[in-house]
Ligand binder design. Structure first.
Ligand SMILES: Cc1cc2nc3c(=O)[nH]c(=O)nc-3n(C[C@H](O)[C@H](O)[C@H](O)COP(=O)(O)OP(=O)(O)OC[C@H]3O[C@@H](n4cnc5c(N)ncnc54)[C@H](O)[C@@H]3O)c2cc1C
Length: 128
């Protein structure tokens, strides 16, 4: 079993060793029996679209290419359904699942991309 903890931007962590120690304590407290030390630490690109919804379906101009990207911040709960939709698209050519709003060719809002969910929470959090 693998458990993934997604944390804040590494650049926002002043002292990684302290942050990891705190994470280890929380894992030990909340998930007894699990080895609390991380086995791998990595920094990965967040993937967002301008309207903050994923892009799922045929790549524009490339009908033999299926896309499923732009899930950062909200993909885990969608993964089983998106996997099913992709499998159906690949094998049957269509899916009955309502993914039209995720069409990679949809019109996206103009202007700067939406900020990350974490940024929005940080901005809206009351000052201490
Ligand atoms: C930087 C980042 C931040 C994110 N943050 C969030 C978040 O905060 N909240 C949220 O809900 N979602 C978040 N997501 C989205 C979420 O990670 C995905 O939606 C979710 O992991 C998709 O699950 P999955 O099981 O479909 O695919 P994955 O988790 O990608 O699992 C696929 C697995 O298959 C393995 N694999 C691939 N090819 C092969 C092969 N040929 N043979 C054997 N194994 C193979 C891969 O190594 C991988 O382990 C984030 C994504 C990214 C990239």
């Amino acid at each position: 079993m693998r458990i993934v903890f997604a944390g804040p931007h590494l650049s926002a962590v002043a002292d990684l060793a302290v942050a990891l120690q705190r994470l280890g304590h929380e894992v030990a407290a909340l998930l007894p029996g699990l080895i609390p030390d991380p086995v791998r630490i990595g920094a990965y690109l967040d993937g967002y679209t301008a309207d903050h919804h994923a892009a799922v379906g045929r790549a524009p101009g490339r009908p033999n290419t299926l896309l499923a990207c732009g899930f950062s911040g909200h993909g885990f709960k969608l993964a089983p359904a998106i996997g099913l939709a992709l499998a159906q698209l690949a094998t049957d050519g269509h899916t009955e699942l309502p993914i039209g709003h995720l069409d990679p060719a949809r019109a996206l809002p103009e202007g700067p991309p939406r900020r990350m969910v974490a940024d929005e929470l940080t901005v809206s959090a009351p000052a201490h």
